[in-house]
Design a protein around this ligand. Structure first.
Ligand SMILES: [Zn+2]
Length: 332
């Protein structure tokens, strides 16, 4: 329920609401209406929400809407709605305003398969056409759209691949471990509404400059390269996070991102903390134009640690630590 300022409950009154669909703010020149606390929006607004595959027409008093296999017919003369072959009653009667047909938002969006959520506190009506609804609670808690993860892009870079296996110990290749953790991390971030790109999704060669280029072209918010370590000292174990030392420390940079990543890795994996390490010459850190880190998740050269690194349990934990770190960094 959203507050209205009308005298009669049946009056159409201006509704001062924020309409947000799939993380994008939707506005309409005609504005929005409310009748009896039911929000009505111009028909073309549904086109902005559902995209070009939504078709509509209205002639005189009849409004027809088609989307995928769904069809709705409404009338400005009465609150009847033909939803497929079912005759139902709308919570508010469609009307006209400045030449636009205004239809009840929630009813229509839900009938077309979307999820709708109203936040009284932030006067927001949120619509998800993708099933992704985690951002609903963030908006409801008063976060601005800028801070909602749905608008964020993260590039995950599974180290090595193809002809370059990285560290090899017995039949275990670093490139495979890197990819496993990367994929779990990708799923976690995607579930939270973050847009994720991987520099490789399978076992292939990708140049170091290409990896950085991918992130730069996407204008990504963060870059995470995932690796596993090796050392002549076979007793060495633990995690470290590498970053490119930037001159400007007043902004959120690779060093600050690295601190967050290292903290979560150490907390979650409960392993030796090698700290964050500046690496001015690593291509993927130096050539990327957004905060970037390279996480070394453990030493393959340490027998006991390697046994751990190959387990699903470890990979899940490492991905979770990186996920928590990325989500925290996206708030900066
Ligand atoms: Zn590596």
């Amino acid at each position: 329920m959203l507050p209205v300022s009308g005298q009669n409950a049946n009056d159409y009154v201006e509704a001062d609401i924020n309409l947000i669909a799939d993380g994008q703010s939707i506005t309409a020149e005609e504005g929005f209406l409310s009748q009896n606390n039911v929000i009505l929006v111009p028909l073309h607004t549904l086109g902005s929400i559902f995209g070009p595959s939504l078709e509509w027409e209205f002639d005189g008093w009849k409004i027809s809407i088609r989307y995928e296999d769904k069809k709705l017919v409404m009338y400005t003369a009465n609150p009847n709605c033909l939803n497929g072959d079912k005759l139902l009653t709308l919570p508010a009667r469609p009307t006209f305003r400045n030449g636009a047909a205004m239809v009840p938002l929630r009813y229509t969006a839900e009938a077309l398969g979307a999820t709708v959520f109203l936040s009284q506190e932030t006067r927001s009506v949120m619509v998800s056409t993708t099933g992704e609804t985690q951002w609903f609670s963030e908006i409801s808690r008063g976060k601005t759209l800028k801070n909602v993860h749905i608008n964020k892009t993260v590039v995950i870079d599974p180290g090595h691949g193809g002809s370059n296996p990285g560290a090899v110990y017995g039949n275990v290749k670093e490139k495979d471990l890197n990819l496993k953790v990367s994929k779990i991390l990708k799923d976690k971030l995607t579930d939270s509404g973050v847009t994720v790109y991987m520099t490789r999704m399978d076992d292939r060669d990708v140049g170091l400059y290409t990896r950085a280029d991918i992130a730069n072209k996407l204008n990504a918010d963060l870059f995470v390269s995932i690796h596993h370590n090796a050392s002549p000292n076979t007793s060495a174990q633990g995690v470290m996070t590498l970053y490119y030392p930037a001159a400007n420390n007043s902004v959120f940079n690779g060093k600050k991102f690295a601190q967050i990543v290292q903290k979560h890795l150490v907390d979650t994996l409960k392993t030796r903390d090698w700290g964050i390490i500046p690496r001015p010459n690593l291509v993927v850190l130096r050539q990327t134009s957004m905060p970037a880190v390279l996480a070394e998740l453990g030493y393959m050269t340490n027998k006991a640690e390697l046994q751990r690194l190959v387990t699903e349990d470890f990979q899940e934990k490492a991905a979770h630590a990186l996920y928590t770190a990325v989500m925290e960094a996206l708030q900066q």
